[in-house]
Design a protein around this ligand. Structure first.
Ligand SMILES: [Zn+2]
Ligand SMILES: [Zn+2]
Length: 1012
């Protein structure tokens, strides 16, 4: 393989050598240079470019792309060579991304507009959009229309162009610095709004940096112009585009080494630099995008710069007019300038940290530069750097940050998928560059493959991703993170049929357009393969699943918008996640009905975030001993079963409150006779501590109560009558209490009561005709119960103004609480007639009777000490953890027993083994090769375990529950395959750390079902 690739590369290099040799012979020189300048970059090879241009002549869609690309380049290709050359500014044209933000000031950080003040802040983080053609060097305020700066900066700029052809403030004519509408020096407005590049300084000494902001956008404009020209050359092969792009690139290369953001950061100005003050044209984070685009555009046009004598003559002439850093005059010198002063310069900046963004970004920058350089040994060395533990250290990042779902140490979906996208971009780029053979990411790290389907798997019913942590918005129904082309790309690089099937389903059960590759000879071949594989697999199956890597337990009763789903998130509560261990949301009638707040007003140190939307109390979970949950990696699965019309999970979240004995939630989703009749049973067990508050909120809308005697608290908040809304929690009341207002309280609540939320018209598209409710039957004794309003983030489109909360409070010494409720989403009229708790209401042996309007009766039995028998007066009995019996006229219709040995009623008798237990004897300890476990127990190998969970006992942070894909006998052992995953959770020195250890005990809870 290696030789073959080298041969291929050899051929590629020979051609230019011959040309140069012939040329040199012709001019009478007999010695060859040590190397010959390459014709092509590493990505846009002759074959790729030829395929693209052929496709543009063959396919209508490709033709359309070409038309668009040509139209975009039109204004840029019309510019003269001189104009393009002069457009590139140097280091001394100041730049920043906010007009007034001041990192050093002790006063307000933002001032807004010089004319209308804070009004402009409503127009977003970056409110100004310059018009380069009609209003050069001006910014117009979108709020008041005022235009700044008031001076003719363009003229001033021109007066400052020095011998090197760049702006030098010391040389510029200061006499030009006046307000052009008030040109009389005696006029008090003569200097008003004048910006010399360092901002207009007001009477308080604060600067308004209109030119700085403009220059940021001005560079963006140049970068876009370069890309438009490069694309136009790529699509057409017309050298005029490459010629114009080359002028920009050569000029950028002249100034790029001197570009440094730091002097401006030192003035307190703002850019995307993580506060480090590092960067080049941009702050260190965004510079990645800039350097990547330069490298990519260079790669696109390099083959268009052969035999362009006019280009080299032009550049030579410029070097005679100005003092330029490099010699000009031929293609070798041009290529050397870009190689040295863009590619090598950017790579050096990556290594030094001057270019440094989120993990994965700078490594992609290094890869793009290396591939564009396409010159060994450097290209290989740079790509090696990506893998080096002291360099880009991507393997270390993957090992420490990824879980087996392809998500990372971030708990919010959008943040959690980001690293996978970045790293798979590097991985696919290397895959497309066969000259580099040292690593294959996809084979070495199977976690990466899971990244491609991650977002789709998050989607409840295949349509709605829960708004977990700093993601989405309150009750937003969206598939925002799902990108079908990203999924198709995953299939291209991994050949994993599961990815093809997921892509097809996510693309509305179609392969049309999936993985279309304009650089391929047969651009739609992938789509045809996907269709072949996925067409056979059919649409998304009904039923939820467990994502134990990310931490999402999903139960579903059917599929699509008419289905009902229950999503419990129990993964990371760190970083952009919230301290919301065991929080849940119910999706029904196309809406989230216990909606997570989603993205905060500002994902930063902002009181509404730190004390409310990012607190424990604002989530549907239990708040213990008046302090938020501890930030942890994950809860631990105890049970997970999804059968037809019945699902249950039990998750242990104790690590979030390590000082107490139990913090465990068991939830069931029980389907009825049709899709629209499914309800949730919630059993939340909290043992230890002195104060428990069960918090739940429904959809926005009025809350009706039955059974409560509510007394209105005349003022204040849940924190107290005298504590106003939004007061900051210090020591006198817990975090979150002051954000709950309009408090009504029953100080002596009954053991059972009913709440009913009616969702407001206008909530995420609900109309007045929709009549969607959420009803809660609370079935446990509390000290007091309060209702209150709480506001989700107010600056997000579509978020409700407020939501109704219920707070069930218990207090006492050595508290042992089991919060029990039945939650029924319904449309128009409820399908549940009554709910009763049949046990004594004290212990953890719980029996619930649910009477339905169709005359049938459900019984839900739960017994946490599953050795003890549960007996009901009607003769039902269970030895087990979870039982469900549906009856009609006193006769059993359906029964399910989970993790138990018997369930009996009338003629229904379920008997089985409770669970399979044993020890892990060995496991695959590598990152590649798949999730193989060998256990000492003789497991059934007839396929009955496939899809069930093997739950391994572990003391470590991650959930060690895995879905069994297959089981087979291996000598005295059983060999279990848990899919293309690995068990590595990190690395200490040279040793891997695992989710669990060999020798650990495991259980596979069993279940049995009975139908009439
Ligand atoms: Zn304004
Ligand atoms: Zn949240």
């Amino acid at each position: 393989m290696l030789t073959k690739v080298r041969l291929k590369r050899g051929i590629r290099v020979i051609r230019p050598i011959f040309r140069v040799a012939i040329m040199l012979l012709m001019v009478g020189l007999l010695t060859l240079p040590a190397y010959a300048t390459r014709i092509y970059g590493g990505y846009y090879t002759a074959a790729r470019i030829a395929n693209l241009r052929n496709n543009c002549n063959t396919y209508e869609w490709a033709k359309q792309q070409r038309t668009t690309v040509i139209a975009r380049a039109k204004a840029w290709v019309a510019k003269s060579d001189d104009e393009l050359w002069a457009i590139v500014p140097g280091q001394d044209l100041p730049r920043c991304i906010d007009v007034t933000f001041d990192r050093l000031t002790t006063g307000p950080k933002f001032l807004g507009c010089l004319n209308c003040g804070k009004k402009v802040l409503k127009y977003g983080t970056y409110p100004y959009e310059p018009d380069f053609i009609n209003k050069p060097w001006k910014l117009s305020c979108p709020a008041c229309g005022a235009i700044f700066p008031t001076n003719d900066f363009g003229k001033y700029y021109q007066s400052g162009i020095n011998k090197a052809g760049v702006f030098d403030p010391a040389k510029a004519d200061k006499k030009l610095l006046y307000n052009t509408t008030h040109p009389d020096p005696k006029d008090p407005l003569y200097k008003y709004g004048v910006d010399d590049g360092y901002g207009y300084i007001d009477k308080n000494g604060r600067s308004y940096r209109y030119i700085g902001y403009y220059t940021w956008k001005y560079w963006d404009n140049i970068r876009n112009g370069l890309s438009y020209l490069a694309d136009a050359f790529l699509y057409t092969g017309d050298q005029q585009y490459a010629h114009k792009a080359a002028i920009l690139l050569d000029r950028i290369a002249d100034v790029y080494p001197t570009m440094d953001w730091k002097p401006y950061a030192d003035r307190g100005w703002f850019h995307s630099d993580k506060g480090t003050g590092k960067g080049k044209i941009q702050g260190s984070i965004w510079e990645n995008g800039t350097a990547q685009r330069f490298a990519d555009d260079y790669d696109k046009i390099i083959s268009g710069t052969v035999n362009d004598d006019a280009l080299y003559a032009f550049l030579k002439k410029k070097s005679e007019t100005y003092v330029l850093p490099t010699t000009k005059g031929n293609r070798d010198l041009f290529v050397k300038n870009i190689d040295d002063n863009i590619l090598r310069c950017a790579f050096k900046a990556v290594v030094s940290g001057q270019i440094f963004g989120n993990e994965g970004m700078q490594q992609l920058t290094a890869a793009k530069c290396a591939v564009a350089l396409n010159t060994n040994p450097e290209t290989t060395q740079w790509l090696d750097w990506i893998f080096s533990p002291t360099g880009g250290a991507i393997p270390k990042t993957i090992i420490n940050q990824f879980d087996h779902d392809g998500s990372t140490n971030e708990g919010a979906p959008n943040y959690s998928v980001f690293l996978g996208i970045e790293i798979t971009n590097i991985a696919s780029l290397l895959d497309d560059y066969p000259a580099y053979t040292k690593h294959n990411f996809f084979k070495e790290f199977p976690q990466l493959s899971a990244t491609f389907t991650l977002a789709y798997r998050w989607a409840a019913l295949g349509i709605a991703i829960p708004n977990i942590g700093d993601s989405g918005a309150t009750g937003l129904v969206s598939m925002h993170e799902v990108n079908v082309q990203f999924m198709a790309k995953g299939f291209r690089y991994t050949n994993d049929p599961d990815i093809a099937i997921a892509a097809y389903r996510a693309n509305k059960n179609s392969a049309a357009g999936l993985g279309r590759d304009i650089f391929s000879k047969d651009p739609d071949s992938l789509s045809r393969i996907i269709k072949q594989i996925a067409g056979k697999a059919g649409p998304r199956p009904i039923g939820g699943y467990l994502m134990s890597g990310f931490g999402l337990a999903l139960l579903e009763d059917s599929n699509g918008a008419s289905g009902i789903a229950l999503a419990n998130n129990y993964g990371r509560t760190i970083k952009h996640a919230h301290p919301d261990m065991l929080n849940f949301d119910i999706f029904a009638f196309g809406h989230w009905l216990t909606p997570d707040f989603g993205y905060p007003e500002f994902a930063t140190d902002w009181p509404n975030n730190t004390e409310w939307s990012g607190s424990t109390l604002s989530h549907n979970t239990v708040f213990v001993d008046k302090h938020p949950q501890k930030e942890i990696w994950s809860g631990h699965t105890q049970l997970f079963k999804q059968l037809k019309g019945f699902g249950v999970f039990e998750i242990d979240g104790k690590k979030a409150y390590p000082e107490i004995k139990e913090y465990r939630r068991t939830m069931l989703l029980i389907g009825g006779n049709n899709d629209k009749n499914a309800y949730v049973v919630d059993i939340f067990h909290v043992e230890g501590g002195k104060d428990h508050v069960y918090s739940l909120h429904g959809p926005p809308g009025a809350v009706a109560t039955t059974g409560l005697n509510l007394i209105v608290q005349p003022s204040g908040t849940y924190a107290g009558e005298n504590i106003p809304k939004g007061a900051l929690a210090k020591t006198d009341f817990p975090i979150g209490y002051s954000y709950l207002y309009n408090v009504k309280r029953d100080p002596h609540p009954p053991a059972q009561f009913i709440l009913d939320w009616k969702a407001n018209a206008g909530y995420r598209g609900l109309t007045a005709q929709d009549d969607v409710h959420l009803r809660m039957y609370a079935l446990n004794q509390c000290n007091d119960v309060a209702l209150a309003d709480g506001d989700p983030p107010q600056n997000k489109a579509g978020n409700p103004e407020n939501l109704g909360f219920v707070l069930m409070h218990r207090s006492g010494n050595e508290l042992n609480s089991t919060f029990v409720s039945v939650i029924e989403p319904y449309e128009h009229s409820p399908f549940i007639k009554s709910v009763k708790r049949l046990d004594d209401g004290k212990g953890s042996d719980i029996s619930i009777q649910v009477e339905k309007t169709d005359g049938s009766m459900d019984y839900v039995l739960y017994n946490s000490s599953s050795q003890k028998i549960t007996r009901l007066k009607n003769g039902m009995n269970m030895t087990g953890t979870v039982g469900y019996i549906n009856t009609l006229n006193g006769k059993p219709q359906r029964g399910v027993l989970v993790d138990g040995t018997s369930l009996n009623y009338g003629k229904m008798h379920l008997h089985q083994k409770k669970e399979i237990t044993g020890k892990i004897i060995k496991m695959n300890k590598e990152t590649s090769g798949g999730g193989w476990i060998w256990v000492d127990a003789k497991l059934p190998v007839d396929g009955t375990l496939n899809g069930q969970q093997i739950i391994v006992d572990t003391e470590y942070d991650r959930d060690a529950a895995y879905t069994i894909r297959s089981a087979a006998r291996d000598g005295n052992l059983t060999k279990i395959y848990c899919g293309p995953i690995c068990f590595v959770r990190g690395q200490k020195g040279n040793k891997y750390l695992y989710d669990f250890d060999e020798g650990a005990v495991f259980k596979i809870p069993l279940h049995a079902a009975w139908d009439k």
